[in-house]
Design a protein. Structure first.
Length: 353
């Protein structure tokens, strides 16, 4: 039976997508080869069915991405007036800007926002997606493209508009708006090379998938220039902070004293690097170039002012909400994958020449 479930997976998913709705308990029953009442019984109280039957039904649930609906007695077409928004942090100003754009675009709509914080955990994201889908949201906005297989299946069969944000990709679940972290990391590194720096380090914290792509862009530019050295890369899984930036620069210089510039994974780290340079009497930009990422306000008021990659955070939130609202209104979304790009803001910290 398990083999039958696997062999029918593609056909069932295609049928579900054509119908535009989420999988039902009848779909699970059909795939598992049992009665709907048996599925209902197994989901309510697994002890009431045999272990073999539970495994059969669990396999069908996983294959279909089925989420039990606490409001199953309501009409199948009913939807809560809620847009679920899942982001990895509610305190990081980067995502605060995104959420502000979402709220501003929502305006006076009858819809309400329900926030979820994944804490950068794919498993927590998976859990929250199941919770949100169980409440039958009108739409979902989800940060990133690196969901687990289970989460992607759930989103594909959600039966509501889904917008992934903060990234670009060729295979979105539904709609997508963001920019290329790889290209942004590469452009920042090329800027440092063109400014005359050669021993350019990378400093990164937390190293979530978006950070990994920035690192990959850095490496690509350095390899193309024939200058990549793995010792120039300093990263940690520790959450980012200004003080951590200074510590990581000190670690990098202890390992490779001739580093002459750093591309930092974010602006907190870049500011910490600047403070450490001041403390250690390292001249910026003559002895050390510094480039951050996101271009927060502090980059423009630091001394010297700090170069950074400006990312369209507010616009991403604004456009993602507009895409969801257009779909809900029955309007065609002509560009379901939207690359908003980025802009390198060159300032005093990289004006070596």
């Amino acid at each position: 039976m398990a083999d039958d479930i696997v062999s029918e997976q593609g056909r069932t998913e295609r049928a579900s997508r054509r119908g535009g709705g989420r999988p039902t308990i009848a779909d699970v029953a059909g795939l598992a080869g049992v009665a709907a009442i048996t599925v209902s019984r197994a989901l309510r109280d697994p002890s009431r069915v045999s272990a073999e039957l539970r495994a059969q039904i669990d396999a069908a649930v996983t294959t279909l991405g089925y989420v039990p609906d606490p409001n199953a007695r309501a009409l199948a077409s009913s939807r809560a007036d809620v847009v679920g928004v899942l982001v990895p942090s509610l305190t990081n100003v980067v995502f605060a800007d995104v959420v502000r754009g979402i709220y501003d675009e929502l305006g006076s709509s009858r819809l309400q926002i329900q926030m979820g914080n994944t804490h950068y955990s794919p498993l927590e994201e998976e859990r929250l997606v199941k919770v949100f889908l169980g409440q039958r949201p009108a739409a979902l906005i989800v940060a990133g493209i690196d969901q687990t297989d289970v989460t992607r299946k759930l989103l594909r069969t959600a039966g509501c508009p889904v917008v992934q944000i903060m990234e670009t990709a060729t295979d979105p679940v539904d709609m997508l708006v963001g920019f290329s972290h790889f290209d942004a990391g590469r452009e920042a590194t090329v800027h440092l090379l063109e400014a005359g720096y050669r021993r350019i380090g990378f400093i990164g914290a937390r190293m979530d998938p978006r950070s990994q792509r920035r690192l990959a862009g850095y490496r690509d530019a350095m390899e193309e220039a024939g200058l990549f050295d793995p010792r120039l890369v300093t990263t940690t899984p520790t959450p980012s902070s200004v003080s951590l930036g200074g510590q990581l620069l000190a670690d990098a210089l202890a390992r490779v004293p001739d580093i002459d510039a750093v591309f930092c994974n974010n602006d907190d780290l870049a500011l910490g690097v600047l403070f450490e340079c001041h403390r250690a009497a390292i001249a910026v930009p003559r002895r050390m170039g510094i480039c951050g990422f996101n271009d927060l306000d502090m980059m423009r008021v630091a001394f010297p002012t700090l170069t950074s990659v400006r990312t369209p955070r507010y616009e991403i939130g604004h456009r993602s909400m507009r895409m969801a609202l257009d779909r809900l209104a029955g309007n065609e979304v002509t560009a379901p994958v939207l690359d908003l790009g980025f802009e390198l803001q060159a300032r005093e910290s990289t004006r070596r020449r």
